[in-house]
Design a protein around this ligand. Structure first.
Ligand SMILES: C[S@@+](CC[C@H](N)C(=O)[O-])C[C@H]1O[C@@H](n2cnc3c(N)ncnc32)[C@H](O)[C@@H]1O
Length: 239
């Protein structure tokens, strides 16, 4: 399905989101800037698709990052854009559920509109947690259910009735744009996703709604493994 959508994926994104997707990616870059700016930080944009977030991250970091996806035509699109922009990031063809990176080898993972598609959400979080180092962070940008019921009903109507037609005409793959609202409906809501990230070992987990709650951005930290359970002065025998 992603392979069929790939050639016109960027155009469909721009038109169907009225360019708001660019703002969502910019916001994601801003939220992870601290880790991104560490000179030695290993950064992976997971399920990078045609590379829009990867490119925004590289512009901010000013150095080579990694993008990965399991869909070859998406990576071909990303490679063309990286090449045209004379950018340095490398691309890896890999399944997000079996990443070809050692334990504790990366400092930042971002995943934009990819996490919802994983066959197993908990396994996906565990795999991301496995490759992140203490002090690292995970940012998940994903569609969600808008919290305002009135807005949600109009938005859901747009997703069910308009999106498959317009998305289908632009991309030539209407099934992909029927799948999208269905997958968002089945996806955990934003507070539940935050809970799942905490259970997977990310702490603290902060999240925010974007654009009336059409999307949500979750950022989870990987602790450094040193937890002071009580102030030093309280230990028995401490002067
Ligand atoms: C909706 S696109 C998002 C692409 C890009 N991150 C963006 O923001 O435009 C979803 C991407 O997730 C990728 N994907 C889905 N499941 C995956 C998996 N298990 N492993 C790697 N990539 C996956 C698809 O190939 C597709 O490129």
């Amino acid at each position: 399905m992603f392979g069929r959508v790939a050639p016109r994926y960027d155009l469909a994104n721009r038109l169907l989101s009225a360019n708001v997707d660019r703002y969502w990616r910019k916001r994601t870059v801003a939220r992870v800037r601290d880790v991104l700016k560490r000179p030695e930080a290993g950064v992976l944009d997971l399920a990078c698709g045609t590379g829009d977030l990867l490119i925004a991250l590289e512009h901010e970091a000013g150095r080579r990052l990694i993008g990965s996806d399991f869909c070859h035509p998406m990576l071909t699109g990303a490679w063309t854009k990286l090449h045209r922009g004379r950018l340095k990031s490398m691309l890896v063809e890999a399944d997000a559920l079996a990443l070809p990176f050692p334990d504790s080898s990366l400092d930042l993972i971002t995943i934009a509109f990819g996490y919802r598609n994983l066959a197993n959400y908990r396994a996906g979080l565990a795999e991301m947690r496995r490759v992140l180092r203490p002090g690292g962070a995970l940012a998940i940008l994903e569609f969600t259910q808008p919290p305002n019921k009135a807005f949600a009903s109009v938005y859901n109507w747009y997703c069910r009735r308009v999106l498959p037609i317009v998305g289908g005409v632009i991309s030539g793959a209407p099934e992909a744009y029927r799948y999208l609202p269905e997958s968002v409906r089945k996806f955990p809501d934003a507070p539940e996703l935050a809970r799942m990230m905490t259970e997977a070992g990310f702490s603290p987990v902060d999240w925010e709604y974007l654009t009336f709650g059409i999307a949500a951005l979750h950022v989870g930290q990987v602790g450094r493994g040193i937890r002071r359970v009580r102030p030093i002065g309280d230990w028995p025998g401490t002067p």
